[in-house]
Design a protein around this ligand. Structure first.
Ligand code: CAA
Ligand code: NAI
Length: 701
């Protein structure tokens, strides 16, 4: 297959980029483009050159797989400068997405047309870098400093309509065929006598006036609040500022230097790991052997916190939902819960009034019996976390649902094999573990019992995609991937608190590390009764050698269940964000005294080390037992469900970057004080012995 194809059509030289899946600007594209433009430039019969791409999209950016490897010339900035400096008009026809280096190629062309459904963007910041092929210098020249800051610092793509309004493109076409649109636009340009129009020559929007200076400083201030941990957004601002200070050539040099700084940063490694891990998590053994079943009608059993969120998520995904509750009052309450979410979406502009009306009129209903299940393709159960109750619900569903229907549970911890056993068709039973709030949180753990048929698993992954969720395949154990690992790091935090740290210090330090919230804020938000019920459930099987901290139980016994009761680890009466509570500090101090523990000081680094070591150790056990398919599945679970900072790539990536060996050494040291909790995972020992890494395991399939 030829990556770059030349076609001469009259006096138009067409260049087709054909490099599946997304026409990324890898070496073959760059070198092929360089050759093609110089060939057409020398061809006297050619009056204009038109670039377009085959397949689903224009160029989706630089080839990310090449990052971190020595670059092979020609580099993209040189290719783009060459195109811009040609003496014949060059046009770009964008379809699908022109992202990053893809948009930068288009900006180096002299004219741009976009097919209506297309989008353009400079998402480099989401990968820990900045547009490094002229994007930070050409974009402000075309659309001004403020609009360029918005596009580059946040990285969100814009629609074809917006691209036209901004002045990023010259024309939006309703035609669908990129070759045809490219050809016609090139003919138009020739017929109009339009000349070469270089973006680098535009200067009128780059005046160093108060508006532009203030836009730069406003973005700087915003970033201090919202992205203080992140490296590349600050570098984006610096690069854009260079447009006001330096001529184009020098601006490009400055951009290159800042780009290379970003490429060297550990955040780039973490973010790019997250990018590929997210895509790889969707690759499961079942995809190659099974076909998803059709899902349109869904029953959700239970209309509480999760049932309502799951229902909303399904409705947003275009499905038809009946919510089944235990009686009419509960059904009405469930309906009100869903309606509140839908109305919130309308208020936030996420759902328009017409769709809202359509959902209520045609796609959402409630019931207080199981009859609607007889025509459902899928049921998702979200009743109280109680095995017998769930088994009863599944037996009822089994009676009612048609052959081929799928029965799913949203249980957080329970053994889904036992739930499946309550039916006569365990092959159709699976876990769909949504996270709260289910219509917002991206993670969906797809928990696969031993008996589940591969097409049921494939259906669950297809559904996740339709709902815009990030799905991770998990096996059966207490808490599956995420909650099991959380139980371990939460214990490590509780041990530190009982030994002398304050919950407020722990939360602050972990937020500083980059977590969205600390463990005690998270517990208050979820409701302390959730953990309490779980500890009671596990009490009979708790081994005597396990250290048990009863501080949380004591807080629950006071009726302080977190935010919803106004008190938990924090007090919420005066400040909805929560204030430290001296009474909690006293309770903790008394709990220490009762056990004869003398509080010791924890420095911040030790808190991070213990918390992360506990997380990585349990995660290693989860991988070694096959509960997670690969280390990357753990990373995605923690990134999308537990607030782990994306720029650190996830706990397993973090371990690789620290060195597995050094994590193991820490664990061995902690083991001296608690041999039960700090028993190292065999996998960690093995990786350390072979000087291997989690990344090697990710790539071993
Ligand atoms: N480089 C290499 N591979 C890429 C890629 C890229 N820029 N973008 C996507 N891919 C790969 C994906 O890894 C995936 O590979 P597998 O099939 O092996 O898993 C495949 O292309 C399809 O990707 P998606 O599953 O994401 O497909 P989609 O249709 O859902 O989305 C997309 C398509 C919107 C283009 C999305 O892939 C995307 O957002 N890509 C990244 C775009 C980006 O960030 N570009 C900037 C790159 S950095 C840059 O350009 C620097 C610079 O300034 C020079
Ligand atoms: P909830 O208490 O808010 O709602 C449960 C609902 O189930 C109630 O509305 C109740 O009326 C209904 N119900 C009880 N018995 C029923 C029956 N026989 N038939 C129909 N409906 C019945 O509970 P929540 O928080 O929504 O949790 C539900 C499930 O989701 C549990 O298994 C829980 O472990 C799990 N989960 C909860 C998360 C959370 O953060 N709340 C997160 C992920 C999973």
């Amino acid at each position: 297959m030829t990556v770059i194809n030349i076609e001469k059509n009259g006096n138009v030289g067409l260049i087709k980029i054909d490099y599946p899946p997304v026409n990324a600007a890898g070496f073959k594209v760059r070198s092929g483009l360089m050759q093609a433009v110089s060939e057409l430039d020398q061809d006297r019969d050619i009056a204009a050159i038109a670039l377009y791409a085959a397949g689903r999209t224009f160029v989706a950016g630089a080839d990310i797989r090449e990052f971190g490897k020595p670059s092979q010339p020609p580099v993209l900035p040189d290719v783009i400068n060459t195109i811009e400096n040609l003496e014949k008009p060059v046009i770009a026809c964008i379809h699908g997405t022109a992202l990053g280096g893809g948009l930068e190629i288009a900006l180096g062309c002299h004219y741009r047309v976009i097919i209506e459904s297309g989008k353009v963007g400079l998402p480099e910041v989401t990968l820990g870098i900045l547009p490094g092929a002229g994007g930070t210098q050409r974009t402000p020249r075309l659309i001004g400093i403020e609009a360029a800051l918005e596009m580059i610092v946040y990285g969100s793509p814009v629609s074809s309509k917006r691209a036209l309004e901004l002045g990023l493109v010259d024309k939006v076409s309703r035609e669908q065929d990129p070759r045809q649109v490219a050809l016609e636009f090139a003919k138009e340009i020739i017929a109009s006598g339009a000349k070469v129009r270089r973006t680098c020559d535009i200067a009128d929007k780059l005046v160093k006036n108060p508006e532009n200076i203030s836009a730069i400083s406003q973005y700087r201030d915003k970033l201090v609040g919202s992205s203080k941990h992140l490296f590349s957004p600050h570098k984006c601002v610096e690069a854009i500022e260079a447009c006001l200070e330096l001529p184009f050539e020098q601006g490009l040099k400055k951009e290159r230097a800042l780009f290379l700084e970003c490429m060297e940063s550990p955040q780039r490694q973490g973010l790019i790991h997250a990018f590929f891990a997210q895509r790889k998590a969707a690759k499961i053994p079942e995809s190659s052997i099974a076909h998803p079943r059709d899902i349109e009608n869904v029953c959700v059993i239970g209309g509480g916190t999760m049932g309502a969120g799951i229902t909303a998520s399904l409705l947003f995904g275009g499905l038809t939902v009946t919510m089944i509750e235990r009686d009419q009052d509960c059904a009405d309450r469930g309906k009100a819960n869903v309606n509140r979410i839908l109305k919130g979406a309308v208020e936030r502009g996420k759902l328009d009034q017409a769709n809202y009306a359509e959902i209520l009129a045609h796609r959402f209903s409630t019931a207080a019996d199981y009859h609607p299940a007889s025509s459902a393709d899928l049921a998702i159960e979200a009743v109280f976390e109680n095995l017998e109750l769930k088994q009863k619900v599944f037996a009822a569903l089994d009676k009612e649902m048609p052959p081929g229907a799928i029965m799913a549970t949203n249980t957080s911890y329970l053994d889904i094999n036992q739930i499946a056993a309550a039916t006569d068709r365990p092959a159709d039973v699976i876990g769909l573990h949504f996270f709260s709030p289910a219509h917002i949180m991206k993670l969906l753990e797809i928990v696969v019992p031993d008996t589940t048929s591969p097409d049921v698993t494939a259906t669950a992954f297809a559904l996740a995609k339709r709902l815009g969720k990030v799905a991770v395949r998990a096996g059966i154990c207490d808490g599956f991937i995420g909650n099991r690992i959380m139980a371990a790091y939460r214990k490590a935090a509780d041990y530190m608190v009982e030994d002398g740290a304050s919950p407020y210090q722990v939360d602050t330090v972990l937020r500083e590390f980059g977590f969205a919230m600390g463990p005690y804020q998270t517990a208050d938000l979820a409701g302390l009764d959730i953990g309490w019920a779980n500890r009671k459930r596990l009490a009979p099987s708790r081994p005597p050698e396990e250290r048990y901290v009863n501080i949380a139980d004591q807080i629950c016994e006071l009726g302080w269940l977190g935010r919803k009761t106004g008190r938990g680890y924090y007090r919420y009466e005066e400040d909805p964000k929560g204030l430290p509570d001296p009474e909690i500090e006293q309770l903790i101090s008394d709990a220490r005294s009762a056990k004869g523990i003398h509080a010791r000081r924890f420095d911040n680094d030790e808190i991070v080390s213990r918390y992360l070591a506990a997380m990585i150790n349990e995660a290693s056990k989860v991988v070694e037992e096959g509960i997670a398919l690969r280390p990357l599945d753990v990373d995605i679970t923690l990134l999308f469900g537990y607030g782990f900072p994306r720029w650190r790539g996830g706990p397993m990536k973090f371990a690789d970057m620290q060195g597995v060996d050094s994590i193991l050494k820490q664990i061995e040291q902690y083991r001296l004080e608690d041999g039960y909790f700090w028993k190292p995972a065999d996998l960690l020992i093995e990786l350390s012995a072979h000087q291997s890494s989690f990344e090697q395991l990710n790539n071993s399939d």
